[in-house]
Design a protein around this ligand. Structure first.
Ligand code: ZN
Length: 152
């Protein structure tokens, strides 16, 4: 899958294009009515802050809104997350969060997991910039915490 150096560069360009696209046109930003989960997250080291809203019906996500501001990575990551969770089961969302955590730690993910992540694999490019890992994980960790609290 990794190919030679030129293959890697192509990957970088693809990843960059995905990040920029989500940064410029974030997905699922319209407010959710009567959200079951409604929380704010922030990363004071970078100034990233997001407002996360989720509607949970019968263990699946029927509505999601993530809005906020911050660096390009944090905003693109929040948008990728907002796009992923819509219509997913809470189990699928929690599995995806776990997967993204491992991806950003530089751990291996299976081909099956890579398929589930799709464009989100672009966040893996952030591993080269360790200070940005917190930015990339901010909304994911926040949403996961909110979900855990809601399901408890
Ligand atoms: Zn940031």
């Amino acid at each position: 899958m990794m190919g030679g150096m030129s293959g890697l560069n192509e990957m970088d360009e693809l990843y960059e294009a995905i990040i920029l696209d989500h940064y410029r046109s974030p997905r699922n930003t319209a407010a959710v009515e009567n959200p079951d989960i409604d929380l704010e997250v922030n990363n004071p080291f970078c100034g990233d802050e997001f407002h996360i809203q989720l509607k949970v019906d019968d263990c699946s996500i029927s509505g999601v809104s993530i809005t906020g501001r911050g660096c390009a990575i944090s905003q693109a990551s929040a948008s990728l997350l907002a796009e992923l969770v819509d219509g997913k089961s809470t189990e699928e969302v929690q599995a995806a969060v776990d997967c993204v955590r491992r991806l950003l730690k530089g751990e291996e993910i299976s081909n099956e997991e890579a398929d589930i992540l799709g464009d989100i694999e672009a966040l893996g490019g952030v591993r080269k910039f360790p200070v940005r890992i917190k930015c990339a994980l901010l909304s994911w960790v926040g949403l996961d915490d909110g979900l855990k609290e809601h399901l408890a």
